[in-house]
Design a protein around this ligand. Sequence first.
Ligand code: GLC
Length: 426
Amino acid sequence: MKQDRLDERAREILIRNDRGGYTVPNGRVYPFQWNWDSAFVSLGFATLDLDRAWREIETLFAGQWQEGFLPHIIFWHDDAGYFPGPAIWATGRNPPTSGITQPPFAASAVHALWKAGDPQRYRTNLEKLFPKILAWHRWFAQIRDPSGEGLAVIVHPWESGRDNSPEWDAPAQKIDTSAVGPYERRDTHHLDASMRPTQLDYDRYYALVQFGRSLGWNQRRIGQENPFRVVDVGTTMILQRANRDLLQLAEALGETGAANELRQRIAKAERGISWLWNEQVGAYCSRDVITGESSATVTSASFLSFYAGIRDEARDRRLLQHLERIAGRVKYLLPSLDPDDPGFDPVRYWRGPVWAVVNFLVGSGLSAAGHHSWGERIRGDTRELIGQGGMYEYFCPVTGRGVGGDDFSWTAAMWLHWARGDSPTP
Ligand code: GLC
């Protein structure tokens, strides 16, 4: 498909999935507002209508809890096509929300929106959003960083945004599913089960929702008592970068106290993130907080250190060696799981497929770190995948086929913001 046609298609998708101030990831499979999806989507809207782009994030933060926590789903309207819906979460909020969070990409999105517009015109928008984002980042530091080292713990695989990544397999064995009871999945009504998480995964997802609900969604207690507690390499790296971007916004607003606080947090994480480095594997890997065990798995998130601004020559070299090896095994970068991992499955969600948003983070991170040819390779592959396969939820790294839901908002957004065009990554 030609570039103009693709641009038009991407715009149509965003406009069709717009529900008036927020955008659904996909009308059938994901009919609500999702946290990190909205942040990515705002970058797509920024190419059409900057006011609407800010609004996407403002609507998202309308679902923020008093304590700073920002949920992963805001249920603006109920919809029978999704499980578990608001009545199952039962968080008792208005608007109804889930009780878990997602990777904090919003600060980085707002930073990009701020850079894209006239600062005078958007100053009030920024002034209103800044304290809310800061409160969310503080919540991560207070509730999800038990050793105070700048790491980010997730208490549900969905919080990683990479739902069924094999990094969660071992830690999830501690989740007791014996009392889950009967329930009906809705995702497999819309999509082929071979492309989705397994039944065991779903039982565990649901058991964790029941656990949170049994604690009345007391986040402090969940952070301490949840049976699944893992430092996610993805969330940790995204938070580190988000803190850097938020620091720039603090400086733009003259918020010196907040700026100092953020500087300290960033410095702490620069040291703390080393805990995730697995020397034997030669990569940053997620780690179980309860057992201390490393996932010892190379996933697309392992390469987010460049995006986070973490630099270490010897480690970077090893990461690039992995990239080189992976590029020799599949046609399109970046598969969500190492193709040499025995669990690799090129169409099963986060166990192999390529996702445009992760490609954007990893690709732009590599370029910013000076590894332009890798950054451009990942961007070029994303362009080709979307150009041939359509704006799918994810793509098979072997054949390039679009898989999962079609007409996906964040894929359309990544096309408009990053993958299209000939100019190199900014
Ligand atoms: C899936 C993805 C997650 C995304 C959501 C909505 O759960 O794993 O990252 O936010 O769908 O698109």
